[in-house]
Design a protein around this ligand. Structure first.
Ligand code: DX5
Ligand code: ZN
Length: 222
């Protein structure tokens, strides 16, 4: 199976002590941090910008999986690359030349990722599979943490897994103990979790629990 990657989403961290929260996640065994970037247009909310990525880059050594929920990613990639984002993910629904932006990200020696909203059919990804290092399925409507997992996304994950056995497939939104297992069964190997991990009494124990559960469940419903 492809490598398991567990990524706490700092959207759910204590914003008053963000550097310490990044370090707490790294010390708890996180493989990467997930950073949600919102522009108030592609999604109704605003969150963080390149300076937060820069802060996280200085605070931890693990990769910063940076999720651009923005309408015009082509105008913003340079600032996030400079700040230390990597991987850098854009949405297939963004208003841009998706392939050109993915190529630009890769040209800068970053991992490029493509993200899909819950309503978007999985076929929208197929033209870009050669251009991406990871695909991220949104399992909530993007814009806010703490929402309930949308199970209708699971067949899309399984379909992509059948097509691409080695691809890094990520799931983002509403991940908890139970939905981790469902997503792993359908072939996800990268897991973003905000509320669940930052809200856990013992993040280290919870990440270890997730890792074991994913190992056990992976691919059973592919
Ligand atoms: C939602 C973001 C998610 C969010 C997940 O727009 O893309 O990464 O942080 O939060 P939880 O895990 O709380 O659903
Ligand atoms: Zn995200």
């Amino acid at each position: 199976m492809p490598k398991i990657v567990i990524m706490p989403s700092i959207l759910a961290a204590d914003m008053g002590r963000l550097a310490e929260e990044c370090q707490r996640a790294e010390a708890a065994g996180a493989d990467a941090l997930h950073l949600d970037i919102m522009d108030g247009h592609f999604v109704p909310n605003l969150s963080m910008g390149p300076d937060v990525v820069k802060m996280a880059r200085a605070a931890v050594k693990i990769p910063l999986d940076t999720h651009l929920m923005v309408t015009h990613p082509q105008n913003m990639t340079a600032a996030f690359i400079k700040a230390g984002a990597n991987p850098l993910l854009i949405h297939v629904e963004a208003q841009c030349d998706v392939r050109a932006v993915l190529h630009d990200i890769r040209k800068h020696k970053l991992r490029a990722g493509l993200t899909l909203n819950p309503e978007t059919p999985v076929e929208a990804l197929f033209p870009y599979l050669a251009d991406v290092d990871e695909v991220l399925f949104m399992s909530v409507h993007p814009g806010y943490g703490g929402q309930a997992f949308i199970p209708q996304v699971l067949p899309k994950v399984a379909e992509l897994r059948r097509r691409a056995p080695e691809l890094d497939i990520s799931i983002d939104g509403g991940i908890n103990r139970a939905t981790t297992i469902q997503a792993a069964e359908h072939g996800a190997n990268l897991f973003v979790a905000g509320t669940y991990l930052f809200g856990a009494a013992d993040m280290q124990a919870e990440i270890a629990h997730m890792r074991a559960a994913i190992q056990n469940a992976y691919g059973k419903k592919v």
